[in-house]
Design a protein around this ligand. Structure first.
Ligand SMILES: [Fe+2]
Length: 236
Protein backbone atom coordinates (compact mmCIF):
# COMPACT_ATOMS: atom_id res chain seq x y z
CA UNK A 1 0.00 0.00 0.00
CA UNK A 2 1.37 3.38 -0.95
CA UNK A 3 -0.14 6.25 0.94
CA UNK A 4 1.56 9.60 1.13
CA UNK A 5 0.49 12.13 3.69
CA UNK A 6 0.27 15.51 1.98
CA UNK A 7 1.71 18.41 3.94
CA UNK A 8 -0.94 20.51 5.59
CA UNK A 9 -1.86 23.34 3.22
CA UNK A 10 -1.99 26.62 5.19
CA UNK A 11 -4.26 28.17 2.55
CA UNK A 12 -6.96 25.54 2.44
CA UNK A 13 -6.79 24.45 6.06
CA UNK A 14 -7.50 26.54 9.13
CA UNK A 15 -4.58 28.74 10.11
CA UNK A 16 -4.51 27.11 13.52
CA UNK A 17 -4.49 29.72 16.28
CA UNK A 18 -7.44 31.97 15.52
CA UNK A 19 -7.34 35.51 16.93
CA UNK A 20 -10.22 36.01 19.36
CA UNK A 21 -10.85 32.27 19.70
CA UNK A 22 -8.93 31.45 22.86
CA UNK A 23 -9.13 27.64 22.78
CA UNK A 24 -7.27 27.40 19.48
CA UNK A 25 -4.09 28.48 21.28
CA UNK A 26 -4.19 25.23 23.27
CA UNK A 27 -5.39 23.01 20.46
CA UNK A 28 -2.67 23.72 17.93
CA UNK A 29 1.02 22.83 18.23
CA UNK A 30 3.30 25.74 19.08
CA UNK A 31 6.31 24.00 17.49
CA UNK A 32 6.77 23.11 13.80
CA UNK A 33 5.48 19.65 12.94
CA UNK A 34 8.02 16.86 12.44
CA UNK A 35 7.70 14.22 9.76
CA UNK A 36 7.79 10.62 10.88
CA UNK A 37 7.29 7.37 8.99
CA UNK A 38 3.74 6.08 8.82
CA UNK A 39 3.20 2.75 10.50
CA UNK A 40 0.75 -0.06 9.98
CA UNK A 41 -1.46 1.44 12.67
CA UNK A 42 -2.12 4.60 10.64
CA UNK A 43 -2.40 2.77 7.33
CA UNK A 44 -4.71 -0.08 8.25
CA UNK A 45 -6.83 0.87 11.26
CA UNK A 46 -9.36 1.24 12.65
CA UNK A 47 -10.73 -2.15 11.63
CA UNK A 48 -14.48 -2.84 11.65
CA UNK A 49 -15.18 0.47 13.30
CA UNK A 50 -18.92 0.45 12.60
CA UNK A 51 -19.32 -2.95 14.24
CA UNK A 52 -17.20 -2.00 17.25
CA UNK A 53 -19.17 1.21 17.72
CA UNK A 54 -22.41 -0.74 17.50
CA UNK A 55 -23.65 1.19 14.48
CA UNK A 56 -26.29 -0.73 12.63
CA UNK A 57 -26.47 -0.43 8.91
CA UNK A 58 -25.99 -2.20 5.66
CA UNK A 59 -22.95 -0.91 3.79
CA UNK A 60 -24.84 -1.38 0.52
CA UNK A 61 -27.15 1.52 1.28
CA UNK A 62 -26.88 4.78 3.19
CA UNK A 63 -28.11 4.96 6.71
CA UNK A 64 -30.76 7.59 7.28
CA UNK A 65 -30.55 9.39 10.56
CA UNK A 66 -33.40 11.32 12.12
CA UNK A 67 -32.98 14.02 14.74
CA UNK A 68 -36.26 15.81 14.00
CA UNK A 69 -38.81 13.25 15.18
CA UNK A 70 -42.54 13.15 14.40
CA UNK A 71 -45.85 14.25 15.84
CA UNK A 72 -45.72 15.11 19.52
CA UNK A 73 -42.03 14.16 19.53
CA UNK A 74 -41.17 16.52 16.71
CA UNK A 75 -38.29 18.90 17.50
CA UNK A 76 -39.08 22.59 17.14
CA UNK A 77 -37.54 24.20 14.10
CA UNK A 78 -37.33 24.33 10.35
CA UNK A 79 -37.25 20.83 8.89
CA UNK A 80 -34.23 20.06 6.71
CA UNK A 81 -32.59 17.06 5.06
CA UNK A 82 -28.80 16.97 4.88
CA UNK A 83 -27.32 14.79 2.17
CA UNK A 84 -23.62 14.49 2.89
CA UNK A 85 -21.28 12.55 0.66
CA UNK A 86 -17.93 11.33 1.98
CA UNK A 87 -15.27 11.06 -0.73
CA UNK A 88 -11.51 10.62 -0.94
CA UNK A 89 -8.99 12.86 -2.69
CA UNK A 90 -9.96 11.42 -6.10
CA UNK A 91 -13.68 12.03 -5.55
CA UNK A 92 -14.34 8.33 -5.03
CA UNK A 93 -16.91 7.51 -2.36
CA UNK A 94 -15.76 6.16 0.99
CA UNK A 95 -18.36 3.48 1.76
CA UNK A 96 -18.45 2.36 5.34
CA UNK A 97 -17.15 5.66 6.68
CA UNK A 98 -18.51 6.25 10.17
CA UNK A 99 -19.97 9.74 10.36
CA UNK A 100 -20.80 11.37 13.67
CA UNK A 101 -22.85 14.53 13.40
CA UNK A 102 -24.06 17.00 16.00
CA UNK A 103 -25.57 20.47 16.13
CA UNK A 104 -27.51 22.81 18.41
CA UNK A 105 -31.27 23.18 18.46
CA UNK A 106 -33.41 25.84 16.80
CA UNK A 107 -32.72 28.21 19.72
CA UNK A 108 -28.94 27.78 19.63
CA UNK A 109 -28.63 25.33 22.56
CA UNK A 110 -26.60 22.09 22.58
CA UNK A 111 -27.51 19.15 24.76
CA UNK A 112 -23.94 19.21 26.12
CA UNK A 113 -23.83 20.09 29.86
CA UNK A 114 -21.01 22.57 29.24
CA UNK A 115 -23.20 24.72 27.01
CA UNK A 116 -23.78 27.85 29.12
CA UNK A 117 -25.96 29.59 26.53
CA UNK A 118 -29.23 30.61 28.21
CA UNK A 119 -31.29 29.58 25.20
CA UNK A 120 -34.01 27.01 25.98
CA UNK A 121 -33.56 23.26 25.58
CA UNK A 122 -35.92 21.29 23.38
CA UNK A 123 -36.98 18.04 25.08
CA UNK A 124 -37.60 16.49 21.66
CA UNK A 125 -34.17 17.32 20.27
CA UNK A 126 -31.15 15.19 21.14
CA UNK A 127 -28.84 16.74 18.57
CA UNK A 128 -26.33 13.99 17.74
CA UNK A 129 -26.29 10.95 15.47
CA UNK A 130 -23.85 8.27 14.30
CA UNK A 131 -24.25 7.01 10.73
CA UNK A 132 -22.48 4.76 8.25
CA UNK A 133 -21.89 5.88 4.66
CA UNK A 134 -23.38 3.64 1.99
CA UNK A 135 -21.75 2.50 -1.26
CA UNK A 136 -22.07 5.98 -2.75
CA UNK A 137 -20.44 7.55 0.33
CA UNK A 138 -23.77 9.11 1.22
CA UNK A 139 -25.23 9.70 4.65
CA UNK A 140 -28.62 11.34 5.03
CA UNK A 141 -29.90 13.15 8.05
CA UNK A 142 -33.41 14.43 8.67
CA UNK A 143 -33.19 17.17 11.26
CA UNK A 144 -34.05 20.78 12.06
CA UNK A 145 -31.94 23.75 11.09
CA UNK A 146 -29.65 24.83 13.93
CA UNK A 147 -29.70 28.46 15.07
CA UNK A 148 -26.83 30.88 15.50
CA UNK A 149 -25.48 31.20 19.04
CA UNK A 150 -23.20 33.60 20.93
CA UNK A 151 -19.72 32.45 21.95
CA UNK A 152 -19.22 33.24 25.66
CA UNK A 153 -16.69 35.90 26.70
CA UNK A 154 -15.86 37.04 23.20
CA UNK A 155 -17.56 40.42 23.15
CA UNK A 156 -20.11 39.71 20.48
CA UNK A 157 -18.93 36.80 18.35
CA UNK A 158 -21.93 34.80 17.16
CA UNK A 159 -21.41 31.46 15.44
CA UNK A 160 -23.47 31.16 12.25
CA UNK A 161 -25.76 28.12 11.97
CA UNK A 162 -23.49 25.11 11.43
CA UNK A 163 -23.32 21.34 11.78
CA UNK A 164 -20.34 19.49 13.27
CA UNK A 165 -19.04 16.34 11.58
CA UNK A 166 -16.55 13.74 12.69
CA UNK A 167 -15.64 11.33 9.90
CA UNK A 168 -13.75 8.05 10.22
CA UNK A 169 -12.65 6.82 6.81
CA UNK A 170 -10.94 3.56 5.98
CA UNK A 171 -7.75 4.34 7.87
CA UNK A 172 -6.66 6.68 10.64
CA UNK A 173 -5.28 9.08 8.00
CA UNK A 174 -8.87 9.63 6.90
CA UNK A 175 -9.98 10.93 10.27
CA UNK A 176 -11.52 14.37 9.94
CA UNK A 177 -13.40 16.68 12.29
CA UNK A 178 -15.04 19.58 10.54
CA UNK A 179 -18.09 21.82 10.31
CA UNK A 180 -20.68 22.46 7.62
CA UNK A 181 -22.22 25.88 7.10
CA UNK A 182 -25.44 27.06 5.43
CA UNK A 183 -25.49 29.26 2.31
CA UNK A 184 -26.57 32.88 2.52
CA UNK A 185 -25.99 33.32 6.24
CA UNK A 186 -24.69 36.84 7.04
CA UNK A 187 -22.72 35.52 10.03
CA UNK A 188 -20.65 33.32 7.70
CA UNK A 189 -18.75 36.46 6.69
CA UNK A 190 -17.52 37.21 10.19
CA UNK A 191 -17.17 33.76 11.77
CA UNK A 192 -13.64 33.36 13.14
CA UNK A 193 -13.60 29.61 12.56
CA UNK A 194 -14.82 29.62 8.94
CA UNK A 195 -12.64 32.59 8.03
CA UNK A 196 -9.54 31.00 9.53
CA UNK A 197 -9.46 29.22 6.16
CA UNK A 198 -7.70 31.75 3.95
CA UNK A 199 -8.48 30.28 0.53
CA UNK A 200 -12.00 31.45 -0.55
CA UNK A 201 -12.58 28.30 -2.62
CA UNK A 202 -11.71 26.09 0.34
CA UNK A 203 -14.07 28.14 2.51
CA UNK A 204 -16.81 27.79 -0.07
CA UNK A 205 -16.41 24.00 0.02
CA UNK A 206 -17.46 24.09 3.69
CA UNK A 207 -20.82 25.65 2.81
CA UNK A 208 -23.64 23.31 1.84
CA UNK A 209 -25.73 23.76 -1.30
CA UNK A 210 -29.48 24.31 -1.13
CA UNK A 211 -31.13 22.15 -3.78
CA UNK A 212 -34.69 22.48 -5.08
CA UNK A 213 -37.28 20.49 -3.18
CA UNK A 214 -41.02 20.21 -3.68
CA UNK A 215 -41.41 18.55 -0.29
CA UNK A 216 -42.15 20.05 3.10
CA UNK A 217 -38.49 20.24 4.03
CA UNK A 218 -35.44 22.02 2.66
CA UNK A 219 -32.71 19.86 1.17
CA UNK A 220 -29.02 20.66 1.51
CA UNK A 221 -26.23 18.75 -0.20
CA UNK A 222 -22.69 18.70 1.05
CA UNK A 223 -19.47 16.90 0.27
CA UNK A 224 -16.70 16.03 2.71
CA UNK A 225 -13.27 15.19 1.27
CA UNK A 226 -11.39 13.20 3.86
CA UNK A 227 -7.85 13.92 2.72
CA UNK A 228 -5.61 15.11 -0.09
CA UNK A 229 -5.08 18.51 -1.70
CA UNK A 230 -8.78 19.36 -1.65
CA UNK A 231 -9.42 17.91 1.78
CA UNK A 232 -12.21 19.60 3.64
CA UNK A 233 -10.73 21.98 6.19
CA UNK A 234 -10.45 20.54 9.66
CA UNK A 235 -12.44 22.58 12.19
CA UNK A 236 -12.49 21.45 15.80
FE1 LIG B 1 -20.98 24.47 17.26
Amino acid sequence: MSIRLEPRDPQTQSQGVVPGYAQTGQRWPSQPLQRRPLTAAELTGPAQLARRLGVSGDAARPVHGDLAGYGEKRAIGQLIHLRTRVVDEDGAPVPGAVVEVWHCNAAGKYIHPNDSNEAPKDPNFYGAARLVAGDSGLVELRTIKPAAYPVPDTGGWWRPPHVHFSVWGRVWLSRLVTQMFFPGEPLNDTDAILNAIRDPAARARCIARLVPSARDFLVYEHQIVVRGRKATAAMP
